[in-house]
Design a protein around this ligand. Structure first.
Ligand SMILES: Nc1ncnc2c1ncn2[C@@H]1O[C@H](COP(=O)(O)OP(=O)(O)OP(=O)(O)O)[C@@H](O)[C@H]1O
Ligand SMILES: [Mg+2]
Length: 243
């Protein structure tokens, strides 16, 4: 469903990713791990056309993302929803209005119908009590849950989560993991999760890619990850600096 084919990109004069290739199957829960600054966010921003690789191709359902015009990109972003690392919400609207917004913009639903559906997604994430709150008054964890609800409203084929559990308390983080493995997986949604949260990765991932110094250091199932003996991989998953 998603294919990175020899993708390279430099940013600010520095090479970030070099010749990265891997594919993500439909319905898979696929985690991207690696140290801060290694290029995880860059990786998924390229998939929705927010950054363009210097060379290589990125395909979503066989279509080259890099060749899409603005219209193509709009359609892509409906099918491939993204929850950003910094949960971006409009502070001038309530949480419910934020979540209802894509339904009004993309499907032209009347306000009350959009809000009814939006409420369902807030409830699914256990935050319906935030409906009338203003996002500015919330901490990063709760903002993130509201942003996730907003992305889910368009019922995308794929969801991209950038650090979804960062800033969440441990209970909310586990709730997120359950959502990924439960309703979202049952709905057949392909899920790409960028994460530092090793526990969460082992809990949810079908497969994992670990990026290191611009390259793929590991690619395999979470079972293979737990048995991987590479020192860089072990250092990361055990939270120990490399020897
Ligand atoms: N728009 C940009 N312009 C210039 N440099 C950028 C830009 N976006 C990212 N970079 C650089 O690219 C590298 C990879 O950044 P990226 O945000 O993908 O890291 P990350 O793996 O997501 O890190 P973190 O775990 O801290 O979120 C970093 O060195 C960053 O400074
Ligand atoms: Mg990042």
């Amino acid at each position: 469903m998603i294919e990175y084919d020899r993708v390279s990109i430099s940013l600010g004069g520095q090479p970030v990713l070099r010749d990265i290739s891997f594919s993500i199957e439909a319905g898979e829960i696929f985690c991207i791990i690696g140290k801060s600054g290694v290029g995880k966010s860059v990786m998924i921003k390229q998939l929705v056309g927010l950054l363009r690789p210097d060379s290589g191709a990125i395909r979503f359902e066989g279509q080259d993302v890099c060749g899409m015009d603005e219209r193509g990109l709009m359609a892509l972003r409906r099918e491939c929803g993204m929850v950003f690392q910094q949960a971006t919400l409009f502070d001038s609207m309530t949480c419910l209005e934020n979540v209802a917004l894509p339904l009004r913009v993309h499907y032209d639903l009347p306000e009350h119908r959009a809000q009814e559906r939006a409420m369902g997604y807030l409830a699914q994430l256990g935050v319906s009590h935030l409906a009338e709150r203003e996002p500015a008054a919330l901490g990063p964890g709760l903002r993130k849950l509201v942003a996730i609800a907003r992305t889910m409203t368009l019922q995308p084929k794929a969801l991209l989560f950038d650090e979804p559990t960062t800033g969440l308390d441990p209970l909310a983080a586990r709730k997120f993991d359950k959502l990924v493995k439960g309703p979202l997986a049952r709905a057949g949604i392909t899920q790409v999760v960028v994460s530092h949260d090793v526990r969460s990765v082992f809990d949810i991932a079908d497969r994992v890619v670990m990026l290191h110094e611009g390259e793929v250091r590991f690619l395999g199932t979470s079972g293979e990850l737990s048995e991987c003996e590479d020192r860089v991989v072990r250092g990361f998953i055990e939270g120990k600096p490399e020897l």
